[in-house]
Design a protein around this ligand. Sequence first.
Ligand SMILES: Nc1ncnc2c1[nH]c(=O)n2[C@H]1C[C@H](O)[C@@H](COP(=O)(O)OP(=O)(O)OP(=O)(O)O)O1
Length: 164
Amino acid sequence: MPPPGLAGNLKEFEAGGSGDWFPSAEIRYYTNVFVVQDDKILLGYKKRGLGIHKYNGFGGKVEPNESTLDAALRELKEEAGITAPLTHAGTLLFVVPGEKWAHIDIFRAEEYTGVVTESDEMRPKWFDTTDIPFDQMWDEDRYWLPLLLSKQSFSGRADFEREG
Ligand SMILES: Nc1ncnc2c1[nH]c(=O)n2[C@H]1C[C@H](O)[C@@H](COP(=O)(O)OP(=O)(O)OP(=O)(O)O)O1
């Protein structure tokens, strides 16, 4: 059963939250794309904005009237210069008190067309799948990225406390 707030378990969400879970809030939708080829994974070094100086997949906010798939394709092209057939790999929900909830649809690609190109937002770099730089990524990536690599569908939720 997925955590409260994700499809398949909306009971707590619709009830407004209770117990250990934060109350429901407006949701902001994001995408994230990981290209995996043989034993390599393409990550991007974030040069500005949210997650600056971290490695991540390529993605961003879903614009109004855009599907998450369309948004994922657009962001992959904008940030890495490539186009790829995408498979939905999993869904994450991040809850920060006082902020909109972040719902992130994660996609995987095993082939692409175009030339991987640095953008003003991301510097792409290939890594061995045995040498992923988790210490330079979002803290919780280490829990679900192995599932993406092994093609196991996943859904997860992280509730954060605010510091500073
Ligand atoms: N905790 C965590 N783990 C893994 N990935 C993420 C997070 N939090 C996140 O926000 N993300 C991902 C989701 C998105 O792919 C990016 C953030 O997108 P962002 O750069 O803010 O969105 P854009 O639309 O590209 O931004 P601008 O173009 O408006 O600057 O990180």
